[in-house]
Structures are given as C-alpha cells and as structure tokens.
Design a protein around this ligand. Structure first.
Ligand code: MOS
Length: 700
C-alpha cells in the first residue's frame, strides 16, 4: 500500500533555494576566472564590412577580443544546438542582437565597457520583421512527422454540417523570462578536460554536444547543473553564447564566464513564435462534429528551423470523420524561436478551445456538454486507443466544483460593483512522454539512502519526487533519502523536457531500489542497514535503468485537464481581471500532491500572463524587440493572479510505466488563454481572437 506517493511533501531543495545556498551557473567561484561580454549586431540583416577592435583591445583589463576574423575553433556538433549556425562563422548578420564578437577581460564591467568600444561598419540589407511580409511555405517534418495530414473530406464534412465556425486566431511572440538569466562558466584544464557549469535541462546530451563542439572525448567533459532557475524549454541545448564561451575558454586556457543580459536574451535565448491559426469546425444541430480543419502559420529564423507545432493537439481532442491539418513556416530576421512550455500544444489549444466555445454558443449547447459529446477514445493520427483517459472526469468534477450549473445563460448577464462578470472553461492536454533513464541507489550504514542521477530539477520538484519514490520503494522515511541530480558523472537520467523527467526516472528509481536490496540479499531496507552495521561495510550500491518498450505500439499516452475561470471586466477602462480559477487534471499517478499542484499553478499563471499581457513586438525599422527587460516585457505579477485551485482525478497509467506516472510540467498552461477569452465573451459578448487581451481590445 502506498505510504508516500500522492502525499504532499515540501521541497527537498526548498531551504537551499530560499537561503541562497543553492549555487546557480553564474555563481561558481573559480580562481583566475575571466569574463566574456558578447558584442551583438545593431542591424537585423546584412553583412559586416569592417570591424575595428583596436580601441577595445587597448581598454584596461582586456585580454582578447574574438570576432569572425579570428574566431576560436569550433567543431561541427553531431547533436542539437539551438542555433545551427555556429557563432562567428562568417560576416553575415541574420537578426538584430546576433553575436558578432566577444570581449574577454578580467572583470565583467571592463569586458562590457570594451564591448561597446568595438566599431562595426555594416552593409545592411532589407529586413523581414513583420510576419505579414514573410514568405510562407509548407513546414518541414517535425520530430519525424509530416506537417500536412488529413483523413476523410473536410469540405464535404463542412457542407454536411448545420452549424459552423470559421475563424482566425492569433497569438503573439513571447519571451521565456526565466528568473535565472542564461549563464555559463567553462573551466578548461588541459590535461583533465573541461568542466562546464551551465544550467541544462539535459545533462547527458549537453556533455555529448560540448565534447563534439570542442573536439574532445565525451569523458573529458563534465557538466554541473544541480539547480536551474527556470528553463521552460530554453535551457535544453547550448545557445550560441555558450558554444562560443566553450570554444574561447579552450583557446585562452583560462576559466571563462559569460552571462547574458536580459536585453541580449531577447535575441539569443529563444522565444515562442507568434502564430496565426485558421480553424473551421462543422457540426450537426445536435452537436456532433462533422469536420475539423486547422491551418497554422508560425515563423522561424534564417539560421535555424523551429516549428510551433500547433496541430499536434487537433487529432487528439475531438472525434471527427473529416480532419485536415496544415502548418506553414515563414522566415523573419529574428533570433531562433524555440520550445516554450507546451510548444505547439499551448497556442494550438488557444485556437481550438476558443473555436469550440464559439461552436457551443452557435449551437446553443453548453461547452462542457459539447466536449463530452465529441471526446475521442482514440488518437486519430496514431490510430491507437488512449490509455487511462479520464478527460470526462476532469470536465464533470470541474463543473461540479466550480458550480458551472449556476452560469448565466447569456453573455453580459452578470455584473458586480459595476464590472461585468463572465465564466469560461477550456480543455487542457499534453502527451505522456518518457525516455530511457538510469539511476544509482546507495544504502549507507547510517540508515540513509542516496539517489543519484544526472537527470535534473528545473524548479519542477524532481528532487522531492525522486526522494518520495525511493522512500516508497525502500519503505524508509523521505527524510532519510538524499538526492543528487544534475552532474554528468552520475548515470544518465534523460531530459527535463517534454514533461518527461518523472515518467523517465521514477521507474528507474524503483528498479534501482529493488536492485540494491537484491544485491544485499535482503528483503527489507532495515535488514540491509543492519547488515552494514554488523559487517562494517560502507554501503550497498546498485544502478538500474528503465526505458520505454512496446507499449507505445498499443496505446497512445496523453494527459488531460479542464480549466474553469471567472473574469471581471471594467469596460470603461478596459481592465480585465481573472478572479477565480479551478483546474482539474488527469496526469496518471501523482507523485507529490504539493509540487504537482504547483506545476499546474505555474502553468496557469504563465497562461494567464499570456492571455492578459505577454507580447514581444519587433521594431519594424531596426528589427530589435521593443521590449528588453523584465520591466518592459509585461508579465503577470502576484496582483494579476487569483487563488488557483487544483484537483487531480484519474488513475495510475500503468500501461505507460510501472508507477503509472505521466508527468505534469506543461499541461497546466494549455487551454488557459482560451478559458480566459471564453470568459471574456461570457462577460462582454465580445469575442477576442488575438492574444494578448490587452485593454485597447476591451474598451467599448
Ligand atoms: Mo519543455 S518546452 O519541453 O522544457
């Protein structure tokens, strides 16, 4: 019987974080450390005709300046880096803020000062910075999947429908805005290789990638990343500044640190691409969907391909005989867009769940009923049944707990203190993913156990989840478990991305705990401790791995949810406030009720922020983002966020892995912006189809 799993346990790393004892990438103190400051382009497209570093070179404290004329050696990597073009590879400029040099000095301030003394002459070319002027083409394959897909006949399905929706939905460019800025320290030591202190969501891959970039064997590279101050998809692979830092450190043979400023991060550390999505839905008068058509446009950078794969959710949500998916990709002179919490799923659900609400109003059917009626039991692209799907419970429990039956039947029907009140709901979804992972478990004679893996915790609660699973399997208290994460010397724990860290490491932890008892030839952990005590041995230690098997040939794995919210709108000043929130989630087995709910809340907060205010526009003349720090880039503060209630429903998904855990990192954000916009319609009768829902759009 489960004693620990599903309970609420406070974060193991909580005290270290709030007291400042947790060390982040930029904070490691190394002797002889020098500082790099990147020089960035002030044009968005063109070429460098002349670059003059003489004044910078003469500035006190400056060691060296690298530009494309004397770029440090970088080998072509065999694994993914965020920007395929290697830094300083030529004199071409593809986006504003691109790295065109790096100044290295004895202090950060001196490096920065000298960086501004580098003089550059450009030959600028016409820039493309507005998506309306970009050239769009069918998007290439994404994770092996065609971006064009269909079955049945959408036009026939639309013709056969009695009620329709055909609308365009837009979402804006967003910045990740993690609390911890991007930073790296590279400690190159000639004989022993290199130690890299860099927040990374994927330690083992990072180790391989840097080995490739530096042309050294993998075992010569050590990655240290015990703490990540938020990543959201922008800390999974090396960015250009980090690639350059590694190569430059090797050249100067000194430990080198590069920290990006918030302004530099707007171009050099990823963003979520804007999208334009056309959704067409058709239904018969009883609410049976007859056709779903989803067309998406997103943009990428000239130097790499990234697709905001919004259509990934369309075959998953609602049953239809006629489906058509199409994604197009345009190129603009911007830095490389990348994964940002539920990439694809988030904007995809914004459009689909807005359209579903419109369809419900057009049909005069309750939006919950419409979703229940059209739920699909199979993944309509994989043609596989969903495993342990409890979407209907999310809708029903949410409806009950929120009091949905008391909802006003018409828009503009409720007000409070002179403000309009509206209720909205939307579905949430995210796939269940997992990778191979290895974990070492050690039993010590002092009665404690250690769990060790290179997998990591980007603020998600993995330290605590790992301890809870070990405590459960070993049948000892959570307090007796010590967890070490984020060091490439530990067994490969896979990636903290795609919401899969728990689903990957939990089965491996369970297996390693069982293995260590087997190795000690005992039935219980207490017996193992007693044996150590008696023999004077230091520890029992075992490593085990787990990996996905054949199950994905039989089932589709997906998590589900439903959001319910209330908004309050002051039409005279266009002010929108979210005043109530409830999310009901089916994520399989919950490991830690407290941190899992926190993950959902974090997602909802990010989603409300996206709905209300997040946008990054580019100056049409110079191509720079007009926002450049956490003050100019508006995102939600405490005052914008109501209490968020989270309820978990469902059952362990044991077809997926022995623990039945599907993960919870990203699902919380999906559907949130649609739930808000749907509530805005209920409050005002105004349908807003372009994010963010800023005051100008709300003014009457
Ligand atoms: Mo997530 S966008 O896979 O870190």
């Amino acid at each position: 019987m489960s004693q620990v799993l599903g309970k609420s346990v406070s974060r193991k790393d909580g005290i270290a974080k709030v007291t400042g004892a947790a060390t982040y990438s930029a904070e490691y103190q190394l002797p002889n450390l020098v500082h790099g400051y990147v020089v960035t382009s002030t044009i968005a497209s063109g070429e460098i005709c002349h670059i003059d570093t003489s004044e910078a070179q003469k500035t006190p404290g400056v060691l060296t300046v690298f530009t494309h004329l004397n770029a440090p050696k970088i080998f072509k990597p065999q694994s993914k880096i965020y920007e395929a073009r290697l830094p300083l590879s030529d004199n071409q400029v593809h986006y504003a803020g691109q790295i065109i040099g790096v100044v290295i000095a004895d202090t950060f301030e001196r490096a920065r000062d000298a960086a501004f003394r580098v003089k550059v002459d450009y030959n600028p070319q016409t820039l493309v910075i507005e998506s309306s002027k970009a050239n769009f083409k069918e998007a290439p394959r994404h994770f092996g999947e065609e971006m064009k897909f269909s079955f049945g006949d959408v036009d026939k399905g639309m013709a056969a429908s009695e009620v329709k929706v055909a609308q365009t939905y837009e979402s804006s460019t967003e910045l990740h805005s993690a609390m911890e800025p991007h930073a790296i320290i590279v400690d190159w030591h000639e004989s022993d290789g290199v130690t890299i202190y860099e927040h990374t969501q994927w330690v083992a891959a990072s180790q391989r990638t840097y080995a490739g970039l530096l042309g050294v064997p993998v075992e010569k590279v050590r990655i240290i990343s015990p703490y990540i101050g938020g990543g959201f998809g922008s800390k999974a692979f090396p960015w250009s500044h980090a690639v350059l830092c590694a190569a430059a450190a090797k050249e100067i043979k000194q430990p080198l640190k590069i920290v990006l400023s918030r302004r530099q991060m707007t171009a050099l550390a990823g963003h979520r691409s804007e999208t334009e999505q056309i959704i067409r839905l058709g239904a018969t008068a009883d609410g049976t969907i007859t056709a779903i058509d989803h067309e998406v446009k997103s943009v990428t950078s000239p130097v790499d391909v990234f697709i905001e794969a919004c259509t990934s959710i369309t075959p998953v949500m609602y049953k239809t005989d006629n489906l058509r998916l199409m994604q197009e990709l345009g190129v603009m002179n911007v830095g490389v867009p990348t994964f940002m919490r539920a990439p694809g799923e988030n904007p995809g659900m914004w459009a689909l769940e807005s359209a579903m609400d419109e369809l419900a109003w057009n049909l005069k059917i309750d939006p919950i009923e419409l979703r229940l009626k059209n739920e699909t039991k199979i993944h309509q692209r994989k043609n596989l049944p969903f495993s342990a799907k409890h979407f209907a419970d999310c809708l029903k429990v949410g409806s009950e707990k929120f009091g949905w039956k008391d909802r006003a039947k018409e828009p503009r029907a409720r007000s409070r203190d002179g403000k309009l009140i509206g209720w909205g709901m939307a579905a949430a979804t995210y796939p269940g993913l997992r990778s191979g992972a290895s974990v070492k478990v050690r039993l010590l004679k002092d009665g404690t156990a250690h769990v060790l893996t290179a997998g990591n915790d980007m603020g998600t609660g993995a330290y605590t989840a790992a301890a809870m699973v070990a405590a459960e399997t070993l049948q000892i208290p959570v307090e007796k478990i010590r967890v070490e994460l984020g060091d490439s010397r530990l067994p490969d724990g896979g990636m903290a991305g795609g919401s899969m860290m728990s689903a990957s490491i939990v089965p491996a932890i369970m297996a390693a705990c069982q293995e260590v008892l087997k190795l000690a030839e005992v039935k219980t952990t207490q017996e193992a401790f007693a044996l150590l005590e008696k023999s004077g041995g230091a520890a029992f230690e075992a490593t085990a791995s787990s990996a996905p098997g054949e199950e994905s040939k039989k089932f589709a794995f997906q998590s589900w949810g439903a959001h319910f919210c209330e908004v309050e709108i002051d039409e005279s000043i266009g002010r929108l406030r979210v005043t109530r929130w409830l999310s009901v989630m089916d994520i399989g087995q919950v490991i830690n009720a407290k941190t899992a709910a926190s993950q959902v809340r974090g997602g909802v907060i990010m989603g409300i922020s996206q709905a209300l205010m997040e946008e990054c526009q580019f100056d049409p003349n110079i191509g720079y983002p007009v926002v450049y720090d956490l003050a100019t880039y508006h995102y939600a503060a405490h005052a914008d966020i109501p209490r968020i209630d989270v309820i978990f429903v469902g059952t362990p998904d044991t077809n997926f892995n022995p623990a039945g855990v599907r993960g919870v990192g990203e699902i919380g954000i999906t559907g949130v912006s649609a739930a808000v916009a749907n509530a805005v319609y209920h409050a005002t009768g105004k349908r807003l189809r372009s994010l963010p829902l800023t005051p100008d759009k709300l003014l009457v």
